[in-house]
Write a protein that binds this ligand. Structure first.
Ligand SMILES: [Zn+2]
Ligand SMILES: [Zn+2]
Length: 340
């Protein structure tokens, strides 16, 4: 079968690879769609130099074979079931995994293809095999929605670990794809209001159309001092942490979701955190209970209208170069590569 491999900045090619066969505890999934995430964009743009590499970790499809240990086991998706797939394996053995914090697993993720190419998902292909515990059913939902399982699980993790509560007044810094998934999930989970902060007028307009209570520039939003109970920082830009703290009412939480430049620092007044019980919380990746919620939300259809708005374009696997080019050069929400 063909697998998309990024071989250098701006270069992606299809390589022939043996079809995977499922191990005893695995399912074989025929891929229906794979989303291009920040990692794929950075590899293609040359911001992360790691070549050759087979990316693609936002995968959904249909189970077509099952290993003997999991075939027919209660709770395991069956042959023919639609699933969203967790391709980032955790070791279960390191200190983070033993604490129940598998999002922080210390074991290197991913594997290698037959020719030694690094595999970071390798989901831009017709088939993937995956441990059965990492395939989550998505019912009758469109495959484009199911392919949003991984980012939605990350956002479910962000709300859970960040300490979101129903009734919170929410602000979301960054109106891109991840900001919009935060908006959808926070509204669904009972936010009394949820606003979007973004420098882009297009993204503010899109956020308003998607149901944001308000959508403002960072400058305008800074007038909302002490008006929020929960702030999600999905754009790790200079000034974002300071703005988030400005928005915090007493007892508020700030979840740091977006990636920050490693050299960036932000001034934080310890008295603000102490005296006003404000919490700054890092949130990263996802864990099985987040996948359970994300796949359940997708299967139920309650987020269907929100997810529909986030599909920017869909390409076939032979056009994977065009898909990467669009994702790397234009402001997009999600570009999907459809396989089936
Ligand atoms: Zn992703
Ligand atoms: Zn681990």
């Amino acid at each position: 079968m063909d697998v998309a491999v990024v071989t250098g900045p701006g270069r992606v090619e299809l390589r022939n690879e043996p079809d995977p066969t499922p191990a005893r505890d695995e399912l074989l999934v025929e891929v229906g769609a794979c989303g291009l995430c920040t990692m794929e964009r950075r590899l293609f743009a040359g911001e992360k130099q790691l070549y050759p590499v087979a990316p693609g970790h936002e995968v959904a499809g249909r189970v077509i074979a099952a290993g003997e240990d999991v075939d027919g086991l209660d709770g395991v998706p069956k042959i023919g079931d639609a699933v969203t797939v967790d391709l980032l394996t955790r070791c279960g053995a390191c200190s983070a995994c033993r604490r129940g914090r598998s999002a922080l697993c210390k074991s290197p993720q991913g594997g290698v293809l037959a020719d030694g190419t690094i595999a970071m998902g390798a989901g831009l292909a017709r088939l993937v095999s995956v441990p059965a515990r990492q395939a989550w059913p998505t019912g009758d939902a469109p495959v484009e929605h199911a392919a949003m399982g991984e980012p939605l699980a990350c956002v479910a993790h962000s709300l859970r670990v960040g300490g979101f509560k129903g009734g919170d007044r929410v602000a979301i810094i960054g109106g891109g794809y991840m900001g919009r998934l935060h908006l959808a999930l926070a509204r669904h989970a009972g936010a009394v209001s949820a606003g979007i902060i973004d420098v882009s007028a297009d993204r503010r307009a899109d956020g308003r159309a998607a149901g944001a209570s308000w959508a403002e520039t960072p400058e305008d939003a800074s007038a909302r001092a002490h008006e929020c109970d929960m702030v999600f920082v999905t754009a790790g830009v200079p000034g974002a942490v300071e703005l988030a703290l400005t928005l915090c009412d007493d007892g508020a939480n700030v979840a740091l979701y977006g990636a920050f430049d490693k050299s960036l620092t932000a001034p934080v007044g310890p008295d603000l955190l102490h005296h006003h019980e404000i919490s700054l919380i890092g949130v990263y990746s996802q864990e099985p209970q987040d996948w359970r919620l994300a796949s359940g939300l997708i299967a139920s259809g309650v987020l269907a209208a929100d997810l529909d708005r986030l599909v920017t374009a869909r390409f076939g696997l032979p056009d994977v170069q065009s898909a990467f080019t669009l994702a790397a050069t234009q402001p997009v929400y999600r570009v999907l590569v459809g396989i089936g």
